[in-house]
Design a protein around this ligand. Structure first.
Ligand SMILES: [Zn+2]
Length: 367
């Protein structure tokens, strides 16, 4: 772990450990002495600052190294000495799958892994994420019971981890990316709760995720690289289904993330009113202009594209043949899409698809 990341970790861990489960500690004050502080990414760093934290909330930042009692209400405050360190706020990863990580026996895991085990994996992967400097993640698809339990346990201080905004299960059409193909229906239930076809089923699928605790909705507008059905990377949900999904989510105050690689799927999702497009691999000038018009964010997930491309070329047997072909094609295309999006003025949010790449490597991996 690099020194800088360690400092971030020390900084954030001081906020996240609750000594008393389920109870707010009354008036607990900490003063962080920051040698160099990046408080606002739009402004220059400042040196020798004190961050006053009351009950895990930053109250104010003061010049110089304040001692307990020097400022009213800080008697007995605990000093966290980072006076020769670089301190900054935690980072946000807008696209993670915190409950899992790529494994070669993926098909078997799809039908054998329990929610309980996924939640425990999420605790470990969450810690790796935290150590990499990310204090907030937006989880876009995963076992519903596991992710909501993990999110709530972190919020209540039962386990440590990054703040999680969770979608529950990703919503997918029958046979689409997310409806793992190729299993007997007694082994892989048909339909499972993230699957919908037609307008009323799609509204219901959204409302079901919200009922169980979804902070936002994720649906798959197009095929995906790692789906084991050879269904390409183009539009899968119809225009009408996507409008129904977005309207149902917005009506209940939830934002919508659409997984999309192919151009037609991106255009439909943007016209349907999604708040973000995930991946955006085949984005061109026309798509970029529509992004600017609707104000949607692009979450480009470059590390995921790079990772699957690398695995597919270095380990020919890791993926099934239909997945390997998509992996080799999509990786390089994603990089070009980001360049076009940036030059057109599309709003871009940082997201990695962590789980495709290993958790905790989202900042450090160079390519
Ligand atoms: Zn993803």
């Amino acid at each position: 772990m690099s020194r800088t990341l360690l400092f971030i970790f020390i900084f954030i861990s001081s906020f996240l450990v609750n000594s008393n489960l389920f109870a707010q500690v009354a008036n607990e004050v900490k003063i962080i002495h920051a040698g160099t502080l990046l408080a606002d990414a739009r402004q220059a760093v400042s040196t020798q600052q004190s961050i006053i934290v009351r009950n895990n909330i930053i109250e104010e930042v003061r010049e110089g190294f304040i001692q307990p009692g020097e400022v009213s209400g800080t008697n007995g405050a605990k000093i966290i000495d980072l006076s020769n360190q670089f301190v900054m706020a935690g980072l946000i990863d807008s696209h993670t799958h915190i409950l899992s990580q790529q494994e070669p026996n993926r098909r078997e895991i799809t039908v054998t892994r329990t929610s309980e085990y996924s939640a425990l994996l999420g605790v470990e992967f969450g810690m790796r994420t935290l150590r990499a400097g990310f204090t907030t993640i937006r989880n876009v698809g995963g076992d519903r019971n596991a992710i909501f339990a993990l999110r709530d346990a972190i919020n209540e201080g039962v386990v440590m981890g990054p703040r999680i905004r969770a979608s529950g299960q990703g919503i997918t059409p029958t046979g689409g990316h997310g409806d793992g193909g190729g299993f007997r229906d007694d082994v892989f239930p048909e339909p499972h709760s993230g699957v919908c076809d037609g307008i009323s089923e799609c509204r219901r699928a959204v409302r079901t995720q919200i009922k169980y605790g979804a902070d936002h909705i994720k649906y798959v507008a197009t095929g995906g690289v790692l789906s084991i059905t050879a269904t390409g990377t183009e539009q899968q949900f119809t225009d009408e289904e996507q409008i129904a999904l977005v309207q149902a989510a917005h009506a209940m105050g939830r934002k919508v993330a659409a997984h999309a690689h192919g151009k037609t799927g991106m255009m439909t999702a943007l016209r349907a009113g999604v708040d973000s497009i995930e991946h955006g691999s085949y984005l061109d000038e026309e798509v970029a202009n529509l992004f600017v018009q609707t104000g949607a964010y692009l979450v480009p997930t470059l590390i995921a594209g790079h990772t699957v491309e690398r695995i597919a070329s270095e380990q020919p047997d890791f993926y099934l043949p239909e997945v390997r072909l998509k992996a080799l094609e999509v990786g390089p295309i994603m990089r070009n899409a980001l360049r076009i999006a940036y030059e057109t003025g599309v709003k871009i949010a940082y997201g990695t698809d962590a789980g495709v790449n290993d958790h905790g490597t989202m900042l450090m991996k160079q390519f």
